[in-house]
Design a protein around this ligand. Structure first.
Ligand code: 6GU
Length: 246
């Protein structure tokens, strides 16, 4: 899968993308990163990429020209049609479902905004998807682009060495992950839950499933409405405690 990142901080993005699992996956041919420096495409004699907002107000706005020319360079390399994602806090929030869906694309273009925004006319021209990574504000789109690329990449076949670890994990089936333990069996008075040492795989699976549901109920109860629970599980974990009034 090919990622084209349009940014004014190319060195930062290169470093992030070429580290760790993503870097290995690119070396092994499963991913292909192209970082385009928006400044390189500016036709301004000072290579400017921003200007004052029409109508006044604080901050600067990224100009249309260098963004569009960087986009055109990426699009020409890709050849066919390509989804172009603009990272902005003013958008729908990215989820694991989105990560899986994007992982089926052959290529993606990601536009990292800066300053107070990007001239709306170039956004209208090139952007197919607008994505936020959560309800808080970042100084620029780069951290958000990295988050998206990381989450999407690990769903691309071949990127994770242990193929199953992309499926059996947090948020699969709409539940948070159960707790994990490793050696030693006893650490500072704390024992590993006995059931995990039993060798009874059915019991271990059932315990982990319960733990996942309890954890989700405790910290993200709103996820349970959408989670894949059996009728029995719904009765065990979701029934309201008996009411004392009425
Ligand atoms: Cl995608 N960009 C910025 N600048 N801030 C954000 C964001 C994106 N998602 C959440 N906050």
């Amino acid at each position: 899968m090919k990622f084209y990142v349009l940014t004014i901080f190319p060195e930062l993005m290169e470093t992030l993308l070429r580290s760790s699992i993503l870097g290995r996956a690119e070396k092994n041919g499963f991913l292909d990163f192209h970082v385009l420096n928006i400044r390189d495409y500016s036709t301004d004699r000072h290579k400017k990429t921003d200007d004052y907002p029409y109508g006044g107000g604080a901050g600067m706005v990224m100009t249309a020209q260098p963004v569009y020319d960087a986009y055109e360079a990426a699009r020409k390399e890709i050849g066919g049609p390509v989804r172009t994602i603009y990272l902005t806090p003013a958008a729908k929030v990215f989820t694991q479902k989105d990560a899986k869906a994007y992982a089926k694309e052959e290529a993606l273009i990601l536009l990292c905004g800066h300053y107070e925004g990007v001239d709306q006319r170039v956004l209208d021209e090139i952007v197919t998807d607008e994505i936020s990574i959560g309800d808080y504000v970042l100084t620029g789109g780069e951290p958000a682009a990295w988050v998206l690329i990381d989450a999407i990449s690990r769903m691309v076949p071949g990127v994770l060495t242990n193929e199953t670890s992309g499926e059996q994990e947090s948020l699969e089936g709409g539940l948070l992950e159960y707790p994990q333990y490793t050696r030693p069996e006893l650490w500072r008075d704390h024992r590993v839950p006995e059931i995990l040492l039993s060798g009874d795989h059915a019991k271990v699976d059932a315990w982990r499933r319960d733990q996942a549901i309890l954890k989700t109920k405790a910290v993200r109860p709103e996820l349970l409405a959408e989670a894949e629970l059996t009728t029995k599980e719904r009765a065990r974990f979701l029934s309201e405690p008996p009411s004392h009034d009425a």
